[in-house]
Design a protein. Structure first.
Length: 264
C-alpha cells in the first residue's frame, strides 16, 4: 500500500551545511592521521596540534548543528512549527481578507495561516535563493497536500521591493527573514516596505533576530520611530519560550529572536 505523501517543509539548518561539515571533519581526520606518517620535528608537532584543534572544533560544530536540526525538524522536536505558531498567536486579526507572508521559504507559515484562518486568502512570497532548500513548486505542493491550495498562492519577489501596490493586504507576517535581505541593509526601510503594502488598520506580526546588534544596533530607536508611523506597535522577547529548548537558545539558532506586532 502506498503511503500518503507528506509535506516537505525542509529545515532551517540546510542538509548541505551538515554534509559540508561532515566532509570537512572527515578530511581533517584523514589529514591528522596522515601527519603521524611524517618525520617527527617541531613543524609536524605544530601541524598535528593545529589539525587536532580544527578537528575537535569542526566535530563539535557538526554535532551541535546536527542535534539542532533534529530539534527543529517536524519529524523530531518540531520547534520550527512551534515558533511559527507563536508568530500567528501575536497576529490580532479576524481572518477576513488577504494575508501576505514575507519570505515564505517552504510555505510553512503561509499554510499555517491558511489553516488557522479558513476565510482568508494567503499569499507567500520569497526570493528562493540557492542557499536554502526551498522552492516555489515545493510551497505549492505542500499547500496541495495540506488541502489549502485553493486559498493560497506563491510568487517570487524581493522583500526590499515588494511587487504589490500600497494597501494591498489585510494582514502580514514574516519569520526570520529581514536579516537575510541583503538588497536592503537598512532594516527600518525594510519594515516600512512591509508596512507599505498593508491597508490602514491591518495587523502584522514580524519575527526576526531583533536582539542581534549587527542587524539591529538601535532596536529601541527603530521601534520608537515606527510607533510614530503606525496605529499600534509592540515588541515581545520570544527567546525564552517553553517550546524553545535551552540547547537552541544561542545566536546560531534562536538566541536572538524577538517579535514586533500591532496594527498599521
Amino acid at each position: 500500500m502506498n503511503q500518503r505523501a507528506t509535506p516537505d517543509y525542509a529545515n532551517w539548518i540546510p542538509k548541505r551545511l551538515l554534509t559540508s561539515l561532515k566532509l570537512a571533519a572527515s578530511l581533517l581526520i584523514l589529514l591528522l592521521v596522515a601527519s603521524f606518517f611524517l618525520p617527527f620535528n617541531t613543524f609536524v608537532v605544530a601541524l598535528r596540534i593545529a589539525l587536532g584543534a580544527l578537528t575537535v572544533v569542526t566535530l563539535g560544530f557538526f554535532g551541535y548543528m546536527a542535534h539542532a536540526h533534529t530539534l527543529l525538524s517536524y519529524e523530531g522536536g518540531g520547534v520550527q512549527g512551534k515558533i511559527l505558531d507563536n508568530v500567528l498567536r501575536y497576529l490580532d486579526w479576524d481572518g477576513s481578507g488577504t494575508l501576505l507572508d514575507i519570505g515564505c521559504g517552504s510555505g510553512a507559515l503561509t499554510i499555517k495561516a491558511a489553516k488557522k484562518y479558513p476565510n482568508a486568502l494567503c499569499v507567500g512570497m520569497d526570493y528562493w535563493g540557492a542557499v536554502w532548500d526551498y522552492a516555489k513548486e515545493q510551497c505549492e505542493r505542500n499547500a496541495e497536500l495540506e488541502g489549502i491550495s485553493a486559498r493560497s498562492s506563491f510568487q517570487k519577489g524581493d522583500a526590499a521591493r515588494l511587487d504589490f501596490p500600497d494597501g494591498s493586504f489585510d494582514a502580514a507576517v514574516s519569520n526570520f527573514v529581514f536579516h537575510e535581505v541583503h538588497t536592503q541593509p537598512d532594516k527600518l526601510a525594510l519594515i516600512r516596505e512591509a508596512l507599505r503594502v498593508l491597508k490602514p488598520g491591518a495587523s502584522f506580526a514580524f519575527e526576526d533576530i531583533f536582539f542581534s546588534k549587527k542587524n539591529y544596533p538601535e532596536l529601541d530607536t527603530l521601534i520608537k520611530t515606527l510607533s510614530e508611523e503606525v496605529k499600534d506597535i509592540r515588541f515581545v522577547d520570544t527567546r525564552k519560550n517553553d517550546f524553545v529548548p535551552v540547547f537552541l537558545r544561542t545566536p546560531l539558532i534562536a538566541g536572538e529572536m524577538g517579535l514586533i506586532y500591532g496594527k498599521k
